[in-house]
Design a protein around this ligand. Sequence first.
Ligand code: AMP
Length: 437
Amino acid sequence: MAQKIQGTEDLYGGYMRSWQHMQDVARDLFGTYGFDMIETPAIEQVDTFVHGIGESTDVVRKEMFRVVSGALFENLLEAGTEKGLKPKQRMAMRPEGTAGVVRAAVENNFVPQGAAPAKLWYAEAMFRGERPQKGRLRQFHQVGVEWLGAADPAADAECIIMLMEFYKRLGFDPSKLRLSINSMGDAACRPAYREKVRQFIYDHKDEMCEDCLERADINPLRSFDCKNDHCREVMKSAPLVTDNLCDDCREHYEKVKKYLDEAGVAYVEDPTLVRGLDYYTRTVFEVEATDAGVGAIGGGGRYDGLMELEGGKPTPGIGFAVGFERIALALAAQGSTLETPEPECIYVAGTSAEEREAVFEATLALRNAGVRAEADYQGRSLKSQFKQADKLHARLCVVIGPDEVAAGEATLRDMDTHEQVQVPFESLADAVKARLA
Ligand code: AMP
């Protein structure tokens, strides 16, 4: 039997309705904040991610699924190296949403000089070659937003406020969410800070893991969220970014916090919070469900340099992404669910094959009137049709037998009370709608 790839999932039934519900909530809420939906391709040039996410990140170095077209794949195997490939022949499945949206913004000039910001949201599958475990998949789904062209700290605060409202509307108990925030500085202050952290790691090299020593050269800040507990313990005494911010970054951070305080959004400051991707500047944030044990259920931050890295004009940006699968797990841990009930359905039952045509017409008439209707086309007995109606949670059943066909009326049966009334075929849809309302 063919099997799905480990770390991927089929979305169907209640789980699919949960994913759709999450998108509906996002569309509604983000719409009120002025965000429009965007969908970018699932494959992009590798360079789009390398420029944006950063060459030194785990995502780019280890987790990106690389793609080459079928014919080139054979050549690649023969050559044993991808050096002969042109940049546009080197592709990858998107591991996250921001780089692709920013690439699209540059390519389509979403933010012309002096224009209003572009506010975009997406709901897409992401792909990362990770070791699958609970809440960590190779294909997962994210809802995210990107706000391009706004530098003001009020935009950072609005983003965070909208994110926290999103969790609330998804059904989370806000008292069981922890929002962590930090500022990672910018091009003016981060290089010097990064140097201090690098020196700190060198000074403690006997206590750090191989990965951290390697990171010290390319991206020392990543040691703050090393998977190794001991490294994280050592890093607790490393210099903190919040003690090393330039005046502009400090002022920006203070204003973000002031806006959050004014909006009554609770947060904790975590000066060791460094998000995994290179492109973040200034504000970064992450949200965890404290009782779920599934890790971060969302996060984001400001990326004022990213548009330039993707070849555009200097344009500030901020955004976040929320993972669907972890949201579903975290809500389940809080005794809640994203799953919406199956929509109500009307069942049209015929007593024998003789009434097939009348059943067909009645079902069609109901659907044309906007009523969700289902009928039997397998020649089942009336009893098993009623059973099927129950399974579909049908509140009403339309029953059509030879007497009904002769009289030009259907029997409308209430499945709870078993009460029955006769309704002329031509007013069936109206009668059903009146009862459902
Ligand atoms: P990131 O882009 O790594 O900041 O991730 C944003 C959110 O996406 C996380 O908070 C998770 O909810 C979710 N996420 C990230 N990686 C995975 C994964 N491998 N499997 C499932 N969800 C993930």
